[in-house]
Design a protein around this ligand. Structure first.
Ligand SMILES: [Zn+2]
Length: 398
């Protein structure tokens, strides 16, 4: 069984020193001139040079051994069900495996794989509230899973959204996976959701599985959800001219997923770059799915977009951290005082041709994860899933 952890109330003071490269998650300034971080009770309290930080009384001291530290990666698009189990490919401990891919936060795009998922309005609401409660209380390996994302169905009224919001629901699952398929109907419900503080995502592109439908650019534009979910299709992408149109006309988040069309992913990235709006780009895996479960999916996206999309690696990390945190209103994802102390420590993989971490990613290699910290608590050491990192951070004092 995966271990459940609650928030980092037992974290105390954490000091990480000898950081070789500090990735901030902020596109405007992706690399910070600092080699140490201090966190107190799970929150970043200081960022700077080791000699300037007050390490006195630290409960945990980590020697990063000159490796890179990035904010914990955020997967903006997953489909959890309950616990650390997915019926989609009958896998156990898939969330824990993502932790070994550097992921510390996941956002549900709907608990659509629940066997016998209810489609009636009261059932939809009950499932959303139950999933929100369940993942709030159960964190596989410490990973923060924001779940409870109802998929809208015909017949829902504003009171349903008010009621769910009051009960703690903060997300809508992918619009289009339920009975609501037209732009007009979706627009009304997305607006009710937004009015009550619930963020929305829309499925973009061809159907995912038999029985789901096409959502084209006109529906996406009319619905005006907060996130253009998998703009590169999940799996089938819209024609590239429609993707351009969405980037240009819909000013919402541009979500690119692993389980989508890679050519369309690169096209969306390039279009966002041409518009000077890379801060809209966020990454997800859209797993579990027919393509399986990808514990390294976010790292693979970073390497793919950096190498083939010709984006500096330090910027590609921002797509999976700070951009997502800002657009999703999360308290993690950026190396800033007051933010959650969620960190992924990485180094270039052994025998990569790259000169260092960033160069190796730019060449298309996956980095090796050496340690993951969530809420100021060390959750894992060397990853069991990434290729081995050349150097690995070490806990030197506890
Ligand atoms: Zn989808």
């Amino acid at each position: 069984m995966a271990e459940a952890h609650t928030a980092g109330t037992a974290a105390g003071k954490l000091v990480i020193r000898n950081i070789g490269l500090l990735l901030s998650g902020d596109l405007a300034r992706p690399i910070l001139d600092a080699d140490a971080i201090m966190a107190i009770d799970g929150r970043i309290a200081a960022i700077g040079k080791a000699q300037d930080l007050d390490a006195e009384g630290a409960r945990t001291v980590i020697d990063a051994k000159g490796t890179a530290l990035a904010p914990g990666l955020i997967d903006s698009h997953v489909h959890p069900v309950f616990g650390d189990w997915t019926p989609r490919q009958s896998q156990l401990n898939w969330i824990d495996s993502f932790l070994h891919g550097g992921v510390t936060t996941m956002i549900s795009a709907g608990e659509v794989h629940l066997p016998g998922r209810p489609r009636d309005v009261v059932g939809v609401k009950a499932l959303a509230i139950t999933a929100q409660r369940s993942f709030e209380a159960f964190r596989p390996g410490g990973v923060k899973v924001h779940a409870g994302a109802p998929v809208i169905e015909k017949g829902m009224v504003e009171e349903d959204f008010r009621e769910m919001a009051a009960a703690g629901v903060k997300l809508l699952g992918e619009v289009g996976l339920g009975g609501v398929k037209t732009g007009e109907e979706a627009k009304r419900m997305v607006a009710w959701a937004r009015k009550h503080g619930i963020q929305s995502t829309i499925h973009t592109g061809g159907p995912s599985i038999p029985g789901s439908g096409l959502i084209d650019k006109d529906v996406v534009l009319e619905a005006d959800a907060d996130v253009i979910g998998h703009i590169n299709g999940g799996h089938t992408a819209l024609p590239l001219d429609q993707i351009r149109c969405l980037c240009e006309q819909c000013k919402r988040a541009i979500e690119i997923v692993h389980n989508g069309n890679e050519k369309a992913a690169l096209y969306a990235l390039r279009t966002a770059g041409e518009l000077g709006e890379l801060e809209r780009v966020i990454l997800g895996t859209d797993s579990p799915a027919g393509s399986g479960v990808q514990p390294l999916g976010i790292l693979r996206m970073i390497a793919m977009l950096s190498s083939l999309g010709e984006v500096p690696a330090e910027q590609a990390f921002c797509f999976a951290t700070g951009n997502t945190a800002r657009l999703r209103k999360l308290d993690s994802g950026l190396i800033e005082i007051g933010r959650a102390a969620d960190f992924t420590l990485l180094d270039k993989a052994q025998h990569s041709a790259g000169k260092g971490l960033l160069d190796s990613v730019r060449l298309g290699d996956l980095p090796g994860v050496g340690m993951v910290v969530i809420d100021g608590v060390v959750r894992i050491g060397r990853s069991r899933n990434t290729p081995p990192a050349e150097r690995v951070a070490e806990v030197v004092g506890q």
